[in-house]
Unconditional design. Structure first.
Length: 203
């Protein structure tokens, strides 16, 4: 694959990662709740989930799943369910003194939430199919396919780790922590509305 094609894939993946959305909200919220380490763990989890999707898309299995409407709809359902679940947890936390924990806590929770918000988001898969379809060809060797997969995952996870690190290194984090319940209310409401909107679009 030409060097310019690698740059184009990297640029599109970077722009996709930087676009505001539910993933950014979850990373910010985890950074506020648990500091830099939990925010970074969330970013790593998201990057891994993204990488799995990238690997599936590059390997050519994306077409099979994309044409299997039943499997795609099931994935959509679980994605919307998890998004709504996270939103409800945030809204509950906004009304309580302590944070609502779900069986796991700390950095592990950040990692799991980051992974699931990526892995259960079929829009990420659709995005990768749309991007890679412009660059993937049958003559690509396995090393190039692996390279594209890892590059996409590193860019995605790297961006959210960068966000968590920068946020944790500024006075803004302290201010957000003081307003944590309000932040939970705002982000939780946005995520819940997003989940409702996605659910409506499924029918």
């Amino acid at each position: 694959m030409a060097f310019t094609a690698w740059l184009e894939v990297a640029l599109v993946c970077s722009l996709g990662a930087m676009s505001p959305g539910p993933s950014l909200g979850v990373v910010i919220r985890n950074t506020i709740a648990g500091g830099k380490s939990r925010g970074v763990a969330c970013g790593i989890g998201h990057g891994i989930g993204f990488t799995i999707y990238a690997g599936i898309a590059v390997a050519g299995l994306g077409y099979l799943i994309k044409t299997n409407s039943a499997a795609f709809e099931i994935l959509q359902f679980f994605g919307v369910f998890f998004l709504a679940f996270v939103a409800i947890q945030m809204l509950q936390a906004s009304r309580n003194e302590g944070e609502i924990e779900i069986h796991i806590s700390g950095d592990k929770r950040g990692f799991v939430e980051g992974f699931l918000i990526a892995f259960l988001n079929p829009k990420i898969f659709a995005f990768l199919i749309a991007v890679f379809s412009q660059f993937i060809s049958t003559d690509l060797i396995w090393g190039e396919k692996l390279g594209i997969t890892l590059m996409a995952g590193i860019i995605d996870g790297g961006w959210y780790i960068f966000v968590a690190t920068i946020l944790a290194g500024t006075p803004l984090l302290e201010q957000l922590q003081k307003q944590r319940h309000r932040v939970d209310l705002i982000i939780g409401t946005i995520l819940l509305l997003t989940a409702v909107g996605l659910f409506v679009m499924m029918f």
